[in-house]
Ligand binder design. Structure first.
Ligand code: SAM
Length: 254
């Protein structure tokens, strides 16, 4: 059987739920952060990774050895063979350029980890009845049907979900904004910029960092603004290119 053989492809799709579950477990267990700190570029073997986990048991490395190849098949890790001093070989795993996006190792602490947790765990009740969202003619907002409220109203009552949403947006957003700022020049010449629905204000902070003369107003719902982590700037050197947080204002919507 070949990889592109229809039965092989169909069989792998029949088990398609396994990969999101393993990716979610890897994010929850901080595996990408652990592997990112490997001492050599070749990476770490399963028992070395297991030794860094807070939970220890004798089968841990063996269980990791069953999940790490799946992450490698999906290009999140690289896998190579290391020969030890005694001549034994073992598999070692390192972070790939794709896997880097699931760590928070860049300067802004941006990452796709919280976004994947939001989509897998945060929305788990929404996924259960997906077909209902299609078949029920009266279902115009599936989130509202499942939770009894519109998404942003619900987030005000379920702070855990609201915080996860806020983290997902503020950690993933900068990765997109970085490319926008590289090519889009429409912010040039603006004196005041209002980000309506700006969440925790990370996107606005990035724009103000590139355009220090802009005054920014981050506008969002009161509970979002109240929970936003403080935005720290570069007040000591406001005339230099950088982010001056005296120009950053939080606006509360209703
Ligand atoms: C998809 S998120 C965008 C997050 C943000 N732009 C970022 O990059 O992190 C949409 C945002 O709109 C906000 N929002 C929804 N309804 C709002 C309203 N009536 N007034 C102000 N903000 C609102 C939500 O709280 C949420 O933070």
């Amino acid at each position: 059987m070949h990889d592109n053989d229809p039965f092989t492809k169909a069989l792998s799709l029949a088990g398609a739920q396994v990969f999101p579950a393993i990716l979610n477990a890897a994010v929850d267990m901080n595996l990408f952060e652990i592997i990112a700190k490997a001492e050599t570029s070749l990476g770490m073997c399963a028992s070395e990774i297991a030794s860094k986990l807070p939970n220890q048991h004798s089968d841990m490395a063996n269980r990791l050895e069953r999940m790490l190849p799946l992450l490698a098949v999906h290009s999140l890790l690289t896998c190579s063979i290391r020969t030890n001093q005694d001549g034994d070989t073992e598999k070692v795993y390192a972070l790939s350029p794709v896997g880097q996006y699931f760590t928070r190792n860049d300067q802004q602490g941006s990452s796709l980890a919280a976004l994947s947790t939001l989509i897998y765990q945060g929305y788990r009740n929404v996924w259960k009845d997906t077909k209902d969202a299609i078949l029920d003619a009266n279902n115009h907002n599936h989130f509202q049907k499942v939770y009894g409220k519109l998404a942003f109203e619900y987030m005000e009552t379920d702070r855990e979900f609201g915080n996860l949403f806020g983290q997902a947006m503020s950690q993933a957003g900068p990765l997109v904004m970085k490319s926008i700022l590289d090519s889009y020049k429409g912010f040039e010449g603006i004196s005041t910029l209002v980000d309506v629905g700006g969440g925790y204000g990370q996107a606005l902070k990035q724009i103000l960092f590139h355009y220090p003369s802009i005054k920014g107003i981050n506008f969002d719902l009161p509970h979002v603004v109240e929970n936003a982590p403080p935005v720290k700037g570069d007040r000591a050197r406001p005339s230099q290119k950088g982010f001056d947080d005296s120009k950053f204002i939080l606006g509360k919507g209703e």
